[in-house]
Design a protein around this ligand. Structure first.
Ligand code: FAD
Length: 331
């Protein structure tokens, strides 16, 4: 049997399909159109109904393999990869995409090694090479200074993880109702060897809300010291936004790591991104340049951040931000 078709690995938590699953469908739809092949979503969980899985069809999947099992309720890499490998060996997809989330980053290398396949982590762009039909996997390399395009000719399946928030989620299309197929996958119980037991799960609330926030107010080294983030906290509070930061600010312990935006931090796509005292290094831009509107405040008119900003304010942030806070207070 030849390897064909595209798979996306959907994710679920607390009985709800996560938004990243729909972002992967945006990628998958474009690629499957180019290849003229089927798009399948794989959903491993314990409590997702067929009605819920239908949303993957409405957003573009032609087929969904749904596996519900108590052993799949929480992400345990051994259980997930055992089921996934059984599915891959049986149905032979040519391309497998997962989100570069905590679980995707653990699952895909596990599966790739066992399948003797290549894996490109943290892709920001995906395409199909015309003559060969190989997957072109683009990701930042050499500290984010170049974008490298990688392909794995010969080897199948081709596997990649995709940066969350690097594209918009596929929208629901009600004309697709009844068009796809949901298959309740009958896994082999022996796949769960029970060697690993999940004892507890601790949610990092800060980490969650920065990527979902509509307004992010971010500060960099220009803030000079930790206490000065009070200014940004005030602004974010008035705007109902959350606080983000450049790596320079995180490395100085002014804020905790879940706030870091950029290549080695989070990617955010808020409606409004305010960058104060941030120079706009390429590694920072990698995490925020797709924000809908960017306002930059920097005293250096040559700062690179102004190249991606929709509105730029050249000046001292210690004068400008208190003025904005004052204006907002009067409103
Ligand atoms: P700086 O570059 O020092 O800029 C400070 C800015 O503040 C300057 O432009 C200055 O003009 C301005 N300023 C100073 N005082 C004032 C004032 N009073 N009013 C207004 N403006 C003022 N960086 C990230 O942010 N996120 C990442 O995820 C990330 N990952 C990286 C991964 C790798 C592999 C590497 C090599 C680097 C990474 N970096 C990352 C670091 C990145 O290269 C930059 O060093 C960093 O983004 C700079 O942070 P900054 O803009 O806060 O500091």
């Amino acid at each position: 049997m030849k390897y064909k078709g595209i798979w996306t690995i959907a994710e679920a938590e607390d009985g709800r399909i996560k938004e990243v699953s729909y972002e992967l469908l945006t990628r998958g739809k474009r690629l499957s159109k180019k290849l003229g092949c089927e798009l399948t979503s794989i959903l491993l969980s314990n409590n997702i109904s067929e009605e819920q899985a239908e949303e993957l069809i409405l957003r573009g999947a032609d087929k969904v393999y749904l596996a519900n099992a108590p052993e799949l309720e929480h992400f345990i890499v051994e259980n997930y990869s055992n089921v996934l490998i059984e599915l891959i060996k049986k149905y032979k997809p040519a391309i497998i995409l997962s989100a570069a989330t905590t679980s995707g980053r653990a699952l895909m290398p596990h599966v790739a090694i066992r399948m003797h396949a290549g894996l490109t982590a943290d892709c920001t762009e995906l395409d199909i090479e015309e003559d060969s039909n190989d997957l072109l996997q683009t990701r930042p390399a050499i500290g984010g200074n170049i974008l490298a395009t990688i392909k794995t000719p010969e080897h199948r399946p081709q596997m990649a993880t995709v940066r969350p928030r690097s594209t918009r989620p596929a929208q629901v299309d009600y004309s697709r109702q009844g068009k796809g197929e949901i298959i309740n996958y009958q896994y082999n119980q022996q796949l769960f060897d029970g060697r690993v037991e999940r004892i507890a799960f601790r949610n990092d609330a800060e980490e969650d809300n920065i990527q979902d926030a509509e307004i992010v107010v971010a500060g960099g080294k220009g803030l000079k010291k930790k206490e000065n983030f009070d200014l940004l906290n005030e602004l974010a509070g008035r705007l109902n936004g959350v606080i983000g930061a450049s790596r320079e600010a995180i490395d100085r312990d002014w804020l905790s790591y879940p706030h870091q935006i950029g290549l080695s931090g989070k990617t955010v796509t808020p409606k409004l991104y305010i960058a104060a005292g941030i120079s706009g290094a390429i590694q920072h831009l990698a995490g925020m340049k797709t924000a809908e509107t960017i306002i930059a405040i920097n005293q250096d008119p040559e700062a690179a951040i102004f190249k991606v900003a929709d509105f730029g304010i050249v000046g001292d942030l210690f004068e400008i931000i208190p003025e904005i806070n004052e204006l907002l207070e009067k409103e």
